[in-house]
Design a protein around this ligand. Structure first.
Ligand SMILES: [Fe+2]
Length: 299
């Protein structure tokens, strides 16, 4: 889980062989890290993202600078201290996320990633069989106050309002077959609200059991950021967690996501958008999850 790649200068002009090697490393190690990419700005970050797929906008959080890059900064409710996979409340959630560190606090603010392929593979056989048949409902409309008890109410309310401008509900299989590696990976994380066909108490208990395997330290890697670092992860085979332990020091990162494909379960059933009827067009660009034809984003 996790690999550091040295000797590569990321950008839109990277040669095809190196891009292919980076892509293969992301698929194998789930998350890869690059130091010293200070030359990147919003434009070249996005240009590099295009080499891995089609950059997509967040379905609800608007672009501030007319770019696909999403700002993640702890001043504006952007703390991510819950285990999650990015944007799983839409069907074709992003295949890859590319996170670039601009300002890093003097201490803390690490990010953890977990391999949902390793978590699945490590389940005891009866649990794997159970998980293979489960379907879950993911939504962006969850109880923010419950997960951020110390956040200032006004900031939290503002973040919630923007983030849930449109309420999405999507049904995913709990286990998807990865379109590039063929591995089985778990679709869980904080946007998962409930499992279909269970009373809520049973649903919660089952989710907790499965999620506990994702959070096993053996399945994770932890990265200590420096300004100029870039992390690229396979969003179809990971969850991540931004540790909220740098108090009020500034922490600013930029994220570019590239389009994914509609997940397919072990039984061949695809994910389904339940609400709204279609993923609405964002204020800027192409929405994450807008592709519904199951086509795989390729470089
Ligand atoms: Fe995230």
């Amino acid at each position: 889980m996790g690999a550091v790649i040295a000797g590569v200068r990321l950008g839109g002009d990277l040669d095809a062989a190196t891009v292919a090697a980076v892509r293969a490393a992301v698929l194998e190690h789930k998350v890869v890290f690059f130091r010293d990419q200070q030359h990147l700005d919003a434009e070249s970050h996005e240009a590099f993202g295009r080499l891995l797929g089609t950059p997509v906008a967040h379905p609800t959080v608007p672009s501030v600078d007319g770019r696909y890059a999403l700002g993640i900064d702890n001043d504006h409710g952007g703390r991510a201290n819950q285990w999650h996979t990015d944007v799983t409340f839409v069907p074709a959630y992003p295949a890859f996320s590319l996170l670039r560190a601009e300002v890093i606090p003097p201490y803390g603010g690490n990010t953890l990633w977990s391999s949902t392929a390793a978590a699945y593979a490590g389940l005891p056989e009866p649990l794997r069989v159970l998980a293979d048949g489960l379907r879950g409902i993911h939504t962006n409309d969850y109880d923010y106050a419950a997960v951020r008890p110390n956040a200032p109410t006004a900031a939290l309310e503002q973040h919630r309002k923007v983030f849930t401008a449109v309420t999405f509900r999507t049904e995913h299989p709990v286990v998807r077959v990865h379109p590039e590696t063929g591995e089985r990976t778990l679709i869980l994380g904080n946007f998962l609200q409930k499992l279909l066909g269970f009373r809520s108490r049973d649903s919660r208990a089952l989710i907790d059991i499965l999620q506990s395997h994702v959070e096993l330290p053996e399945n994770t890697v932890r990265w200590q950021w420096r300004a100029g670092d870039v992390a690229i992860w396979d969003n179809r085979a990971t969850q991540h967690y931004g540790v909220d332990d740098s108090d009020d020091h500034e922490r600013t990162l930029r994220r570019v996501t590239v389009d994914g494909d509609v997940p397919v379960g072990v039984d061949g059933r695809r994910s389904v958008l339940i609400a709204p009827e279609a993923v609405p067009e964002p204020a800027y660009g192409i929405a994450s999850g807008a592709s519904t034809d199951g086509a795989l984003a390729q470089s």
